[in-house]
Write a protein that binds this ligand. Structure first.
Ligand code: AMP
Ligand code: MG
Length: 425
């Protein structure tokens, strides 16, 4: 053992994942700024106000089927029945005439059920001769196939809570209420940079020792999924001056700065020192694999996350640490992470001491239960095994791995990660 600290020193001060996320959640609060948007532009935005219903949905009593509306008579013994059809009620064109006993209207799905009638018989079980219909009332309850006013939403109901990230169904609910505008939180402005003298961009020729930068592409893609496109600060050299300059440029335009690389303990890793001396450092190590070195702090009014350089570490720590932080900053109510239990079909190696996320692919066994296979090499520079994954297998800190047949916890990955790429299982 040397005196030099390393990211893998066993008894170091790495924070357990839950502690790190709690610390970030306590530090970060929404900006409070809101903006009103047309509902059609509000996908993925976070609601800043509760939405209450200005009308009932459905707003009128209507038919759930194509058929005939009639008045149910509870005193009559169920059996063959006849009625006279006196008109039609079509969606958007209610029947407007009067109705006497024994009269019915032909009615289509969504059309208003006249006040005098209360039940719909589906057209498939009706015999019609001219204006006379015959059908069997056996098994037809009063109110059958009639949707009542407010079945879905009552007038004044709170249908959506502030803090909801709006998906397609939420937008649909607002549209169904005739609401055209959503009051949402302002999206955080996020700036992304890559650090490392070895990095080159596509189109450039690699010199000895150089590699192509993949983190900016993956991180910006993950950000775009939920947030406004991130601004691209580009590649930053491994020098304190270049880092300082890039952080300044980023903090001028962003609420959150995200960098990858340069946060470990190598001689070219300057991020932590720069932040410690001129910004605020909250923590720099988490007990998570992949991704132990991770800096969280502030730089001149912006939140700062320094992610590890290895491509898988950068994506996994983004998912586990940064994504929830961005959600809180945008005012989103925290959601429980969906965890599944699956039978492991691979041998997973692990040493105790750090929580570990291994890349896996879900499947179903012949009995329908869930199983998971490792996607192969779990080293943190092996991005292809992440591109073949559709889940992360979460192994707790004390775990020593898993053997085929063991039960493990898995966290499904969002499709935007590239799941279900054509890899052989
Ligand atoms: P670092 O965290 O800077 O020590 O980098 C750890 C490893 O990740 C090294 O092998 C780097 O070359 C690699 N790396 C750093 N940044 C990137 C990047 N943006 N894209 C791909 N690999 C990277
Ligand atoms: Mg580096």
């Amino acid at each position: 053992m040397t005196d030099t600290p390393t990211c893998d020193t066993p008894s170091d001060s790495s924070l357990p994942l839950a502690q790190a996320t709690a610390l970030i959640a306590a530090a970060i609060s929404p900006t409070g700024a809101t903006c009103a948007l047309p509902v059609s532009d509000a996908l993925n935005r976070v609601l800043a106000r509760d939405v209450t219903a200005p009308i009932a949905v459905p707003p009128h009593r209507n038919s759930a089927m194509d058929g005939f509306a009639f008045k149910h008579d509870k005193h009559r013994t169920p059996g063959p029945s006849t009625a006279t059809v006196v008109g039609q009620s079509l969606a958007g064109h209610p029947y407007s005439g009067s109705l006497d006993a024994g009269q019915a209207v032909q009615i289509m799905t969504g059309a208003v059920v006249p006040d005098e009638l209360d039940t719909v018989v589906v057209q498939e079980v009706v015999e019609r001769h001219g204006d006379t219909i015959t059908f069997d009332t056996t098994g037809i309850d009063a109110g059958a196939f009639v949707r009542n006013v407010g079945d879905d939403i009552a007038l004044g109901d709170t249908v959506l809570r502030a803090g909801t990230r709006l998906g397609a169904a939420h937008l649909g609910v607002m549209a169904s209420l005739g609401i055209g505008e959503a009051v949402t939180h302002r999206q955080p402005r996020i700036a992304v940079m890559s650090t490392g003298d070895e990095l080159r961009a596509a189109g450039e020729t690699l010199q000895p020792g150089q590699i192509y930068d993949s983190n900016r592409i993956t991180l910006r893609a993950l950000i775009t999924q939920h947030h406004a496109a991130a601004s691209d600060i580009g590649q930053v050299a491994d020098s304190p001056d270049a880092i300082r300059d890039a952080l300044d440029r980023a903090s001028d335009e962003a609420d959150v700065i995200l960098s990858s690389g340069g946060v470990s303990v190598g001689v070219a890793d300057h991020m932590r020192a720069v932040l410690e001396s001129e910004g605020t450092l909250q923590f720099w190590k988490i007990a998570v694999k992949p991704g132990r070195p991770l800096v969280f702090g502030r730089w001149k009014g912006a939140w700062y996350f320094g992610l590890p350089g290895n491509p898988v570490s950068a994506m996994v720590t983004f998912d586990q640490i940064v994504q929830p932080a961005l959600a809180s900053l945008e005012g989103e109510t925290p959601r429980d992470t969906v965890q599944l239990t699956a039978v492991c079909e691979s041998s997973l190696n692990k040493l105790p001491g750090r929580m570990e996320f291994q890349r896996g692919r879900l499947g179903n066994r012949p009995d329908g239960s869930l199983c998971v296979l490792s996607t192969g090499n779990q080293d943190s520079h092996v991005l292809t095994s992440l591109s073949h994954a559709d889940c992360l297998i979460a192994l707790p800190i004390e775990s020593t791995g898993a053997r085929p047949g063991d039960t493990v916890t898995v966290v499904p990955l969002d499709p935007a990660w590239g799941l279900a790429s054509a890899s052989p299982r």
